[in-house]
Design a binder for this molecule. Sequence first.
Ligand code: CP3
Length: 337
Amino acid sequence: MSILTNFIEGKNRSCVPIWFMRQAGRYLPEFREIRLKNPDFIKLCMNSDLSAEITLQPIKRFNLDAAIIFSDILIVPYALGQEVVFKKNEGPVLSRLDNNTFLGIGKNQFSEKLNPVYKAIEKTRKKLDKKKSLIAFVGAPWTLLTYIFTLKKSDNQLDQAKFDKVKNDLSKILLELIEYLKTHIQNQINAGADVVQIFDSWAGLLPENDLNNFCYTPNKILVNYCKSKNIPVISFPKGINKKYKDFVKVVNPNVINIDYNINPKWARDNIEGTCLQGGMDPKILLENEDIIFNETKKYLDIFKNKPYIFNLGHGLLPSTNPDKVMKLINCIRENKI
Ligand code: CP3
């Protein structure tokens, strides 16, 4: 049993576990060094030796309680045959969806294409301290669909006209996509991951009437799938504000990661029956130490009597200074906050 699984199952809650979304990434000079030599991001994700090495970088540096496998949610559309390119300052761009080949790919072929991810998990697990958790992840179906169908406009708002136009197609594809995601989750568990996080980063784009079909229901299917494998699961339906309460009621994950727009006191008083994780704005880590410590103290105090995993309300920003991250972790561990 790992630190996170023990904590989530209530077997050992003596310390607040600490890990960060995007803990392996551009804010680390050791990551940038590897990245510079590997300009193709998807290829880098598919290099199991480098993926394992990058996964372990923040563990070596900060001795965090959990590693999250270095990969990307867009590896799934890639495995289904879409081209995925990461353009500098523009984010990911996916090629036009080819309706003839997309989703026509067999489960074995899909798993075969993603084999390097599973090899990376095996390699990481061998090198990672047994006590530490290894988190696998998938993008939630809605968030993947926003990329697969380019449903976001350049200002990151929903392209409502396009959404309305393809809604029927989306509903059909959604169910098939869920099956591939189950396969990807199963393969990651088989390779040695012991916790799963489901990222629904664009849940906040959904009109209220569509939340049930496109967010709650697909997340619930995947959460139940993880639970059926006895693997704790963390949900992150970013941007849904007060609907977090309904989400937890309906989806019932083992852990809910709140985003930086959620008032932590509101979360404490309204979200029931799950562990809470994260919440603090990653921008806080760009501020001076006083501000960082005050804000961290706020979260730790508010969740003092609740099962709480320290993390952020979204991923660490590339401009974060790793020394500040180190200081923060040490202070939390030494109860100096
Ligand atoms: O958290 C970790 O350290 C594990 C690795 C991880 C990455 N992406 C590596 C990555 C995880 C869990 C993700 C998830 C992911 N990817 C999400 C969900 C979480 C979130 O951030 O909302 C989303 C929406 C994506 C899609 C994606 N991948 C985007 C939008 C981008 C470009 C902009 C950005 O946010 O960085 C990526 C690229 C990416 N994924 C990088 C890393 C380290 C940066 C690649 C680079 O060096 O340019």
